[in-house]
Design a protein. Structure first.
Length: 149
């Protein structure tokens, strides 16, 4: 026979266990930080290289991720795709074409590309030299869980 005391002990243990798992799943919050370009190693990819600066939770975002892609001439970062998170691309060097709202648009250094949640997009280097661009991705409490087609 299960007593009230047994039930209380079991429920208390379950609550503490659930709380421990909830705390363990919470990544630390990234505060102010500085990331030196020269300290971030460029990792080769089949289309160029990537420098991954960080991917972390912040005080206002569930996830903030920044990387810099170097794309060789004539290459595309990936086929057209969509994802739930929003992202911003800032072109540092080169000439790229980006698929935005069903249309390919050509832009160069200093240009900013915004890819909305679940919007089809892509990017390709159409210049004679490498294209370099910063990518900033974020997720918040309102970011959908899965892509919507």
């Amino acid at each position: 026979m299960v007593t009230r005391r047994d039930l209380f002990v079991a429920l208390t243990a379950a609550a503490f266990t659930a709380g421990a798992f909830a705390l363990a799943s919470q990544a630390p919050v990234m505060g102010s930080a500085v990331f030196d370009w020269n300290s971030i190693q460029a990792k080769p990819t089949p289309v160029g290289s990537v420098r991954s600066f960080f991917k972390a939770r912040t005080a206002t975002l569930d996830e903030l991720e920044v990387h810099v892609t170097t794309l060789n001439p004539g290459m595309a970062s990936h086929p057209p795709h969509r994802h739930p998170n929003e992202e911003m691309v800032i072109v540092k060097q080169g000439t790229v074409e980006t698929l935005s709202n069903g249309e390919w648009k050509r832009v160069g250094p200093g240009s900013i590309i915004f890819n909305g949640s679940n919007q089809l997009h892509s990017l390709r280097n159409v210049g004679a030299d490498q294209a370099i661009y910063h990518v900033i991705n974020w997720k918040s409490a309102t970011t959908p869980e899965t892509p919507q087609h």
